[in-house]
Design a binder for this molecule. Structure first.
Ligand code: FDA
Length: 303
């Protein structure tokens, strides 16, 4: 009941205005978001890499409504890459194709993405394409396929709750592409996505085996201990070397576990979002764990 409501609110501009007007909301969101400026994110990067963790930076942004918005987002990403280079920090970046003009067509997204990939390649940075709602899945896979023809520093995300994911992974494995596997964070209808937790977890494990055995440096992105344990079991069973894959988790979630896995010798990357447009990301995190609402309201009213 609460979950669908939070998903609905994540897309509501009225709710967004309300939450953004609460100065304390920003403070609460800092649990999941590094800050509004790149400097905040680079500071967090320094701390995490100092602990042996790896980082993926995500500049939070909205769908580009006009071509000029997509152009601006592309320029922002290029500036961000330049600042990362200047800082000497080691990280990769994640982005959403709707920021780069996917609503204006695949050609626009491919052109903007290619500019970013070119600049990233010249400074040795890998770029991961996040996966968005099911309306964009087909386009996202297609844009990835086209980008992959010219660039090897690009990867994609596949969501285990999507019924089509097994065949998407088969295609990406054939292309030699790198997949980040996650459960999926959007509200989707039963026609395209598994709905129950056991079904999604089963799909996650199935796809994890597929990637660990046939994929190319897969990233298993989950905080679910059942998924983590199954991955570790697969690693032991098949003698997979720790440098052949990585675990990924979100900034602010299961920090202790991130460090424990690292201590055991596994690569762990933390996804660090930053930027002023943190509202939809924050609401998706609340929707994943409605218990966080208690934390949210307690912090809001304590002040
Ligand atoms: P699950 O939701 O079952 O959580 C397992 C446990 O983790 C919980 O019991 C709790 O302890 C903890 N936990 C999970 N979420 C929490 C929260 N918000 N607050 C506090 N504790 C929490 N999705 C997508 O659609 N497209 C994408 O591109 C990405 N990218 C991405 C990158 C990375 C690095 C990660 C880790 C995740 C994503 N996701 C994503 C989000 C993903 O689809 C999924 O919604 C979340 O990871 C939650 O699913 P879990 O597998 O963690 O399991």
């Amino acid at each position: 009941m609460i979950r669908p409501l939070l998903h609905f609110l994540s897309g509501s501009s009225l709710a967004k205005k309300f939450v953004l007007n609460f100065p304390l909301a920003k403070r609460v969101a800092r649990r999941y978001v590094a800050g509004e400026r790149l400097e905040d994110a680079l500071e967090v990067t320094r701390t995490l890499t100092g602990q042996g963790l790896r980082v993926a930076l995500d500049l939070l942004g909205e769908n580009a409504v006009h071509k000029s918005d997509a152009e601006k987002a592309t320029t922002d990403y290029l500036a961000m890459l330049e600042k990362i280079r200047e800082s000497g920090q080691s990280c990769y970046v994640s982005l959403k194709l709707t920021q780069l003009g996917l609503d204006q067509g695949n050609d626009v997204a491919v052109a903007n993405l290619s500019r970013i990939l070119e600049a990233a390649k010249s400074i040795g940075i890998f770029v991961r394409i996040d996966m968005e709602g099911s309306k964009y899945t087909e386009q996202t896979v297609e844009v990835f396929r086209r980008a992959r023809e010219s660039f090897d520093n690009v990867g994609i995300v596949i969501q285990a709750y999507m019924r089509r994911s097994k065949s998407d992974i088969a295609l990406i494995n054939r292309l030699g592409g790198q997949v980040r596997l996650c459960k999926g964070a959007y509200a989707e209808p039963p026609s395209v996505a598994y709905q129950s937790r056991p079904e999604v977890t089963r799909s996650m494990k199935d796809l994890m085996y597929d990637l660990m055995l046939n994929g190319h440096y897969p990233a298993i992105a989950s905080h679910d201990e059942e998924v983590i344990q199954e991955t570790l079991k697969t690693v032991k069973e098949y003698g997979i070397s720790p440098d052949k894959f990585e675990f990924q988790m979100l900034y602010g979630i299961r920090r202790e576990r991130q460090l424990e896995l690292r201590k055991l010798g596994y690569n762990v990357r933390v996804y660090v979002p930053f930027g002023s447009d943190w509202y939809p990301y924050f609401m998706r995190r609340l929707a994943e764990r409605p218990a966080n609402l208690v934390f949210f309201f307690t912090a809001l009213f304590r002040g």
